[in-house]
Write a protein that binds this ligand. Structure first.
Ligand SMILES: Cc1ncc(COP(=O)(O)O)c(C=O)c1O
Length: 433
């Protein structure tokens, strides 16, 4: 469900042809569809409406100020994991009472800023962190509010090893037995009120079952804690809902909701969800330009070398992630009927699509079927809105790309392309310390 469509052989974002836009802003460029963001946000709110949840958009997935503003203006809360993300949320005018703050390594400065800002909940990851938040809250004379992040140790969250967070080998949260002791020790602390449970089992999770499994464990714990005299009024079931990297591969929001709503309804709990990828993923693409096509005779391979790489979009190199890649202009017979690794079209050529970085791992796609392309053609890397630009770096001293938000026929630069001067700006003022 997005607004990137081919019309007369040209890929459009809403009403804007992407190759025209690339003429104006250059490549590589991240391009976002406003309508897709708003459709996704409304669809997830509607799907879970029986629970009337607080939806906290996960800023880490796509944190451009204008995107965060857009979602805040629709009533979204925010999931943050750093002082910088909290700053973004505040700059965007987000409702601080609907901010949740996770992360295993919050510093004193970050905790202080969040207490001062009166955020909704700290998602607390360890005993030492709880004690520190309570200490700082006491010092500031302002109460903090905590949700204990539990690690439900779900059997198979079915995601990549680097993005699973709900099994007991990870650094996140505490296991269920430890959670009981946690509440015994800290459940009645006057400076940090602990009356919520948080979980986040990984991302992307392509089926509702691991959520059901994890939530059922959390609810059992809540029943036990309540029986022991603790007040628990909130459950935050995290994010991780999949985005459609290939057409039809991710469950509809309604499927997650149909599995989770019956578990959570009538439990006298405020429910929080923290979607990021599922809102932002299909709302953004990265447009890149072919620099060279290189045949490798020995390995019988063709490399399509483009001006974007792992420094712009690290997901393929880091997680072996699949992104559908296709030219922005195509002959009629090459209009893609859907987005998938294998395309049932004539005359395709198999290529590795690689970037300019001096690493063999700098690959956007391996052995991918593409219509014939040549130097100067533009390719679109789809479903790049989440964990795309936010993970971009200046590796090999490439300035980071421009970001553009399209709204109907209007395109707005929402982050300018970096310059060479930006690369050295923070290095100019060397001084002794
Ligand atoms: C605590 C927490 N909540 C929410 C998210 C968002 O996940 P996603 O963007 O897959 O929905 C993450 C992602 O890492 C997370 O760590």
């Amino acid at each position: 469900m997005d607004h990137f469509t081919y019309r007369d052989g040209r890929l459009h974002c809403e009403q804007v042809a992407l190759d025209d836009l690339a003429d104006r802003v250059g490549t590589p460029a991240y391009v976002y569809s406003k309508q897709t963001f708003t459709d996704h946000y409304r669809a997830i709110v509607d799907a879970f409406s029986a629970l009337d949840p607080i939806v906290c958009y996960s800023i880490k997935s796509c944190g451009n100020l204008h995107i965060v503003k857009l979602l805040a203006s629709m009533g979204s809360g925010m999931d943050v994991v750093s002082g910088g993300e909290l700053y973004r949320a505040r700059q965007a005018g987000a409702d601080m009472s609907k901010v949740v703050y996770a992360g295993v390594g919050k510093t004193d400065a970050e905790i202080t800023e969040a207490i001062e800002a009166e955020i909704g909940w700290f998602n607390i990851e360890s005993e030492a962190e709880f004690e520190n938040i309570a200490r700082l809250a006491e010092q500031l004379g302002k109460p903090a509010h905590g949700a204990l992040r539990i690690n439900p140790d779900v059997a198979d969250p079915r995601t990549h090893a680097k993005t699973t967070t709900g099994s007991k080998e990870t650094k996140f949260g505490v296991d269920i037995a430890r959670a009981r002791r946690f509440f015994e020790t800290y459940g009645r602390n006057p400076h940090c009120r602990l009356d919520a449970i948080h979980l986040h089992i990984g991302s992307p999770i392509y089926s509702p079952e691991p959520y059901v499994d994890a939530t059922a464990r959390a609810l059992e714990l809540i029943d036990e804690l309540r029986a022991g005299g603790h007040v628990i009024d909130t459950i935050d079931i995290g994010g991780g809902y999949a985005a459609d990297y290939e057409s039809g591969k991710s469950p509809a929001y309604q499927e997650y909701a149909d599995a989770l709503v019956p578990l959570l309804r009538g439990k006298d709990l405020r429910v929080i969800i923290e979607p990021g990828r599922t809102i932002a993923g299909n709302a953004g693409v990265m447009v890149t330009q072919v620099q060279y096509v290189k045949e490798s005779t020995s390995a019988a391979k063709r490399f399509v070398i483009v001006d974007a790489g792992m420094h712009n979009l690290v997901r393929p190199a880091m997680y072996d992630a699949f992104h559908f890649i296709w030219p922005t202009r195509v002959a009629p017979e090459h209009t893609p009927p859907h987005r998938a690794a294998e395309m049932p079209l004539p005359g395709l050529e198999t290529s590795d699509i690689v970037g300019p970085i001096c690493e063999t791992g700098d690959t956007l796609a391996k052995a991918r079927d593409l219509p014939p392309v040549q130097r100067g053609d533009r390719l679109c890397v789809f479903t790049a809105g989440a964990y795309g630009m936010v993970m971009a770096s200046n590796y090999n001293a490439f300035p980071r790309p421009v970001e553009v938000l399209v709204d109907g026929e209007r395109a707005t630069v929402i982050r300018r392309r970096e310059t060479y001067d930006d690369l050295v700006l923070t290095e100019r003022d060397a001084h002794p310390v």
